[in-house]
Design a protein around this ligand. Structure first.
Ligand SMILES: Cc1ncc(COP(=O)(O)O)c(C=O)c1O
Length: 446
């Protein structure tokens, strides 16, 4: 066939292709419209939980399992054990002079030795644990810890008791919390008991660094970092678990933390955690963003930050401590209130211990419940706030004297009562830690 003497074939072929192309495009459009409609339908039908409807974990004063055997993910591989531990002691020339206990500040000096164990998935899991002279770490500049904050840590203490023996305080709780932080960071978990044995051996090697006084202690910093030398947010197939030790005095410079109470800045424009986040894990990434706020508080003349959450300004934590409020409730009872473990709050070991002790004593009503700044303010006006204090390993119990909130100073009479609950709690915990009383929470190191 030809038109004006030209063959029609190329024209027909082109037309066929054009029609096919149009049909194909229509098909895509039909298909994507269908998908969109489907998606819209799902969105209409499905009810997404609103942020404050997110299911909170059950109320409990510590929710990481400490008594059950820890369940590792099946692909973690080999665990390390204390029986494999290699020890390489520092030579006499590497040993440093010990400081005077009175000169100690928080976290400035470190002992002669450290503990280290590497994890490499491709080598089958945890490698051989080792105690060695304290040394710098060598990391590839792409190590995941340096880019994505794949890091977590713990804070524990060893105490030299009145009988000269060295004790740890509830170390199994630190291990449980650390494994929970590791799971959330995609880092390998470990056998809690084996790690405690390794830490105990490290402390016993550096035992002369445990201050010979009841006003100081040896801070223990177990740390786990992702060291896989690759960029990309993914789980680190290599990790390093290490522990360093630091003799410490009081946490707050120039204030033992008990002669005067601390002052707090409560600024609702800042928050440290949120539902679904990791406020309940001890990850380095939770702490860096608080530094600016702490600096702001110091600049304005306050010692610590009172962390609030939500439109109703719920109290969550104070600095790096859990918070307690002793108040007179509507029924005229003395009630010791601390915010519940709803994911926003670090499950503190001192917090848990205070709750244990207070419930055992049965002198005040003890509740883990939401408490807002509106309630605190009202109760302060009515003289019904008796005490407020922070609780944590670093300072044990730290009384609070003043809160600056929405341009107003709220004065808390924590220091005015000689038989205050905070003081009793602090003394009881110190009695246990320094072996003045025998207690199952204080674990002696051989
Ligand atoms: C944010 C935060 N809250 C609370 C605490 C207190 O926890 P713990 O009593 O286990 O020291 C700490 C310290 O570890 C902390 O960093």
């Amino acid at each position: 066939m030809s038109i004006h003497g030209k063959t029609m074939l190329p024209y027909i072929v082109r037309k066929v292709f054009e029609i096919q192309h149009k049909l194909y495009q229509q098909q895509i459009r039909a298909c994507s419209t269908g998908r969109l409609q489907e998606a819209l339908k799902i969105e209409e039908e499905q009810e997404f939980p609103k942020i404050n409807e997110i299911k909170q974990p059950e109320e409990s004063s510590f929710y990481y399992p400490v008594d059950k055997k820890f369940k590792h993910d099946p692909d973690i591989g080999e665990q390390f054990s204390y029986s494999q531990l290699r020890v390489r002691l520092a030579g006499p020339h590497q040993l440093q002079p010990k400081p005077e206990a009175d000169d100690l500040q928080f976290g400035k000096l470190f002992t002669d030795h450290m503990f280290k164990v590497a994890y490499h998935k491709r080598l089958g899991g945890w490698q051989v644990p080792e105690i060695m002279p304290l040394e710098n770490l060598v990391l590839h500049p792409a190590a995941k810890v340096l880019h994505y904050a794949v890091e977590l840590f713990e804070g524990m203490k060893a105490f030299r008791g009145v009988d000269g023996r060295i004790r740890l305080f509830r170390p199994e709780m630190n291990m449980a919390r650390m494994n929970a932080s590791a799971q959330r960071s995609g880092l390998p978990t470990f056998e809690p008991e084996e790690f405690v044995k390794c830490i105990s051996r490290l402390v016993s090697i550096d035992q002369e660094w445990v201050p010979h006084t009841e006003s100081a202690s040896l801070y223990i910093r177990p740390t786990l970092i992702g060291i896989e030398p690759t960029l990309g947010v993914a789980s680190s197939e290599s990790a390093l678990l290490y522990t360093i030790l630091s003799p410490v005095g009081g946490y707050f410079a120039g204030n033992s933390g008990t002669s005067t109470g601390v002052s707090l800045l409560a600024d609702p424009q800042y928050t440290r955690s949120w539902p679904g986040g990791v406020g309940d894990r001890k990850m380095g990434s939770n702490y860096a963003p608080t530094i600016h706020v702490q600096k702001e508080a110091s600049k304005q003349g306050f010692q610590q930050v009172l962390w609030l959450y939500g439109d109703d300004h719920q109290l969550t934590e104070v600095g790096t401590m859990n918070i307690f409020v002793l108040l007179i409730n509507d029924r005229g009872e003395r009630e010791l209130v601390t915010p519940p473990l709803n994911g926003l709050i670090l499950p503190g070991i001192v917090r848990h211990s205070i709750l244990n002790l207070a419930r055992e004593w049965n002198q005040v009503k003890v509740t883990e419940r939401k408490i807002t700044m509106a309630e605190v303010k009202k109760l302060v006006y009515e003289n019904r706030v008796l005490e407020m204090f922070g609780a944590g390993t670093a300072c044990v119990v730290s009384p609070i004297e003043r809160i600056f909130y929405m341009n107003e100073n709220l004065l808390i009479p924590t220091m005015e009562n000689s038989d205050a609950v905070w003081r009793t709690m602090r003394n009881t915990l110190l009695d246990i830690q320094y072996g003045r009383v025998k207690h199952p929470w204080a674990i002696e190191i051989d």
